[in-house]
Design a protein around this ligand. Structure first.
Ligand code: BGC
Length: 257
């Protein structure tokens, strides 16, 4: 198999998605296969699902995997919408032992951000500038890039807004919008409260919105009043998969494993 065709996997609370990615162009070489996330999503159960994906693709190279968690040198430091037993677990070890392949793990929003910076809306800032990516899905994920370098594990959904008793991602997210049947203008007003605060603290040049709510950007953009320019991500569905593959390719080249 060609060295720049890499398996990228995106582990989420409801689906585990993956496929082969051309890391030079950002294009999918295969379809993105989707398996339901096992419940409970324990390390052993997720590893078995990842094995199915690897088998389906008959893949043998390095693998990148995005996780809804803080990921430090392969180890999960939190667990959002997956089983708590992931906390403290070495993701790369569990998946590596299961499949016999070399795994590289990172936070899911970091993976989406990498794809967006390399092939999407962030590309003009890939050499210079500060870009904040916010993924709006079940929770709120974040990725911060300074002159193209990622500052990993920015848990931007876990901050508290003024007069709020819950963290930001419990105040507004795409899940909350759906669960409460919120109109897009109400979503826009609430999300603006959040985004204005984040903008005032981090002062990026550009804010890119990803995740499920990104494709409806036109419905709520007029409510967003930040200093930074706000744009939607283009690759929203495949971004996590593509970014995970790019990460694995880069890390694999660096470590030479
Ligand atoms: C988690 C982040 C994750 C985001 C998107 C949040 O609940 O804290 O680690 O990136 O959800 O899945």
């Amino acid at each position: 198999m060609k060295k720049h065709i890499i398996l990228g996997i995106d582990v989420g609370g409801t689906g585990i998605k993956g496929g082969l990615v051309n890391v030079k162009t950002g294009a999918m070489e295969t379809e993105r296969f989707r398996f339901a996330t096992p419940s409970p999503a324990t390390p052993a159960a997720v590893a078995a699902t990842v094995q199915q994906l690897v088998d389906q693709l008959d893949y043998h190279g390095p693998v990148g995997v995005g996780f809804p968690a803080i990921v430090r040198r392969g180890v999960a430091g939190s667990a959002a919408n997956i089983d708590d037993s992931w906390v403290g677990t070495d993701i790369t070890k569990v998946l590596g032992e299961q499949t016999g392949l070399n795994f590289f793990a990172l936070n899911d929003a970091d993976a989406a951000g990498i794809a967006t910076m390399e092939f999407g809306t962030g590309r003009p800032f890939r050499k210079e500038g500060v870009v904040l990516m916010v993924t709006i899905g079940t929770g709120l994920g974040g990725a911060l890039f300074v002159d193209g370098e990622l500052m990993p594990n920015l848990e931007i959904g876990q901050i508290y807004l003024k007069n709020q008793k819950v963290v930001a991602e419990k105040f507004i997210s795409n899940r909350i919008r759906k669960d409460t049947n919120m109109s897009w203008s109400e979503f826009g007003r609430k999300f603006n409260k959040y985004l204005k605060h984040v903008d005032a603290v981090l002062n990026p040049d550009l804010i890119i919105l990803g995740g499920g709510a990104a494709k409806y950007f036109d419905e709520y953009k007029k409510h967003l009043k930040t200093n930074a320019t706000v744009k939607p991500a283009l690759l929203e569905n495949a971004a996590g998969t593509v970014g995970a593959a790019v990460y694995a390719y880069r890390r694999n080249q660096k470590t030479g494993k």
